[in-house]
Design a binder for this molecule. Structure first.
Ligand code: G1P
Length: 175
């Protein structure tokens, strides 16, 4: 069964997630951003495996060019826990090149804990006046909640920028 909630104003990813609060009954839930396509390998499935193994939150991640960090949520790595999986010690929404803790970006697949709703409820607008899921995640990490970054092995198509959208359309048309 699919239930829809509507975000009448574009107030950010966190605001959108908050609208689903009454439907989320489990301890963890999977969130997918529709403009981030990952093809050739099922990224959500790999993340669910990791979640089951470590019983923690998980986010998809990949390395990006240092000059492009301000397009993404960028995280700081604490330590490697297994092949392609890292423990996160901080995450910042769209930092400047100067303030970025690394060149490791969060891509739109998240396994989040229900506790995130309590952070979102009191959250002030961040970058660009939006309620970002990244800021709520940052608060949970500061409260010692574990988040794993999973460097996925599928192919990423970014539909969140005009050039990325055009490139993605061509790529999908080929396959
Ligand atoms: C959103 C998130 C950002 C993440 C990105 C992945 O940004 O806010 O942290 O890195 O998705 O695509 P948006 O693409 O909505 O600007």
């Amino acid at each position: 069964m699919i239930k829809f909630v509507y975000q009448n104003k574009p107030l950010g990813t966190g605001d959108a997630v908050l609208k689903t609060k009454k439907f989320i009954k489990d301890k963890f839930f999977l969130m997918l951003l529709p403009d981030d396509l990952i093809i050739k390998k099922n990224c959500s499935r790999s993340m669910i495996k990791i979640h089951k193994k470590y019983n923690t939150s998980v986010m998809a991640s990949m390395n990006v060019k240092r000059s492009n960090v301000s397009r993404w949520g960028i995280y700081k790595l604490k330590n490697k826990i297994s092949k392609n999986n890292y423990l996160i010690s901080d995450v910042i929404e769209k930092p400047s090149v100067k303030n970025a803790p690394s060149n490791k970006a969060v891509i739109g697949r998240y396994i989040l804990p229900r506790e995130i709703f309590s952070k979102l409820l009191n959250q002030k607008p961040g970058k660009g006046g939006e309620i970002h899921i990244t800021d709520a995640i940052q608060k949970l990490i500061k409260n010692n909640k574990k988040f794993i970054a999973h460097n996925f092995s599928g192919k990423y198509l970014d539909c969140g920028s005009m050039s990325g959208y055009i490139k993605s359309t061509l790529e999908i048309a080929k396959s």
